[in-house]
Design a protein around this ligand. Structure first.
Ligand SMILES: [Cu+2]
Length: 406
């Protein structure tokens, strides 16, 4: 089967394979999508509550390449009591344990109680963004990250086009939350440091659920807002300890899941060949998402079939054999005359390619396992030639495996 490694059209193609749990390289993205301006809907910036370098700026600028090349340090908000008597609290947004490759898809701590008028600094990891958002839906159903391109129409031939949902990836909703409406930080991969930290003020008592759009199946949190001046149940240092314990427990969960799925399951078939079942990511429905193929190396015979199962529901992975070629681009950036660029998924990464047999010569890809787009969490490939075949997950850099066929 022939594989076209080029994306048709005049789009700019970006190599967006980046460290684990990240979809795209922000700097590179900014270079190619550079110059556009994002203005937060609902008025005002949800960032930099008087603390960031752009505190005086009312809109979000994603800067051009030269500006992006020398990012200013992101200011850290002064936590605790403010001159006006309100407080700024601190919640971390996700985190990756590099030793175990467990991506912790959790808000840390997951629950916090504050008073009306207080703010929460939701701290994203700006040096290693995890493709996270902080999004308040106010009871509405959450949108998804990948959506069909509304402009693509019905192609005569070829696969459907999917894009990053523009309603999700850009900051929307302003600086304060009163329990109504849609408010989102936008996708951390697209943050510009000049936006400053994401600090959100809560104005009305209530209990507010929020989530990360990308990881909405597991990554949820709650902010409980009391009346102004009410007694607070916990101080920040106690929340910090809770957050540490939560992180450690999730990493331990991930390690247990890795141990459980450490070995391939071999099933002899009637014709003498073997079916080998592997994992493409483990972690079940917990907040621990292990960004590994397990086991990473498997020796099989010619004619054997390998079956990969995505064991992290809601966390897409690919099984991608490049046949010695380049790793596929994940997204392309298509500038739009009337605003923010469109981020289009490369069908070579998104969709199945290359058939169900591999001999080392043809680009072969599972597509995004575990997504409604291809609607399966498993991929099978039969190996018809001897060799050592490396493969990757196109979504998570460092997620690599090898099949040795003899
Ligand atoms: Cu992956």
């Amino acid at each position: 089967m022939e594989t076209d490694q080029n994306i048709p059209g005049n789009q700019t193609t970006v190599n967006l394979s980046v460290p684990a749990s990240r979809l795209i390289n922000r700097r590179r993205l900014l270079q190619l999508g550079g110059g556009f301006v994002i203005v937060a809907a609902g008025g005002g910036s949800a960032y930099a509550k008087g603390t960031g370098p752009s505190a005086s700026s009312g809109s979000h600028h994603i800067h051009s390449a030269m500006q992006a090349a020398t990012p200013p340090a992101v200011a850290t908000p002064q936590l605790g009591e403010q001159p006006d008597g309100s407080r700024i609290w601190h919640v971390k947004v996700g985190g990756m344990d590099m030793d175990t490759r467990v991506d912790v898809q959790s808000f840390l701590p997951g629950e916090i109680t504050v008073n009306a008028g207080d703010a929460v600094w939701f701290e994203f990891n700006v040096t290693m963004p995890g493709a996270h958002t902080v999004t308040f839906m106010s009871g509405d159903e959450a949108p998804v990250l990948e959506v069909p391109d509304p402009d693509a129409g019905t192609p005569v031939a070829g696969p459907p086009a999917f894009i990053l949902n523009p309603e999700v990836i850009f900051p929307t909703g302003g600086t304060s939350y009163n329990g109504t409406g849609y408010l989102t930080s936008g996708l951390d991969l697209l943050f510009d440091p000049s936006m400053g930290p994401f600090v959100l003020t809560f104005t009305e008592p209530g209990s507010y659920e929020y989530l990360c759009i990308t990881h909405q199946m597991v990554m949820k949190g709650t902010v409980t807002v009391q009346e102004a001046g009410a007694d607070l149940p916990m101080e920040q240092d106690a929340y910090d300890r809770m957050a540490e314990e939560q992180f450690a427990a999730i990493v331990a969960d991930g390690e247990a899941a890795s141990a459980e799925h450490a070995d391939a399951i071999a099933t002899e078939r009637a014709d003498g060949t073997t079916l080998w079942e592997l994992s493409a990511g483990v972690g079940g429905e917990s907040q621990a998402r292990v960004m590994r193929f397990l086991p990473e190396t498997v020796e099989v015979g010619i004619g054997d079939t390998v079956r990969w199962v995505d064991r992290s529901p809601g966390e897409p992975h690919t099984v991608t054999f490049t046949a010695g070629g380049e790793n596929p681009e994940l997204l392309s950036v298509e500038p739009q005359a009337d605003g923010a660029p469109k981020f289009i998924f490369n069908s070579l990464a998104l969709l199945p390619q290359g058939g169900d047999t591999y001999d080392g010569t043809t680009y072969t890809n599972s597509g995004f396992l575990g997504t409604p787009i291809i609607n399966t969490d498993a991929f099978e490939l039969t190996f018809s030639a001897a060799g050592e075949f490396d493969y990757i997950c196109a979504l998570h850099q460092g997620m690599e495996g090898k099949i040795i066929v003899s």
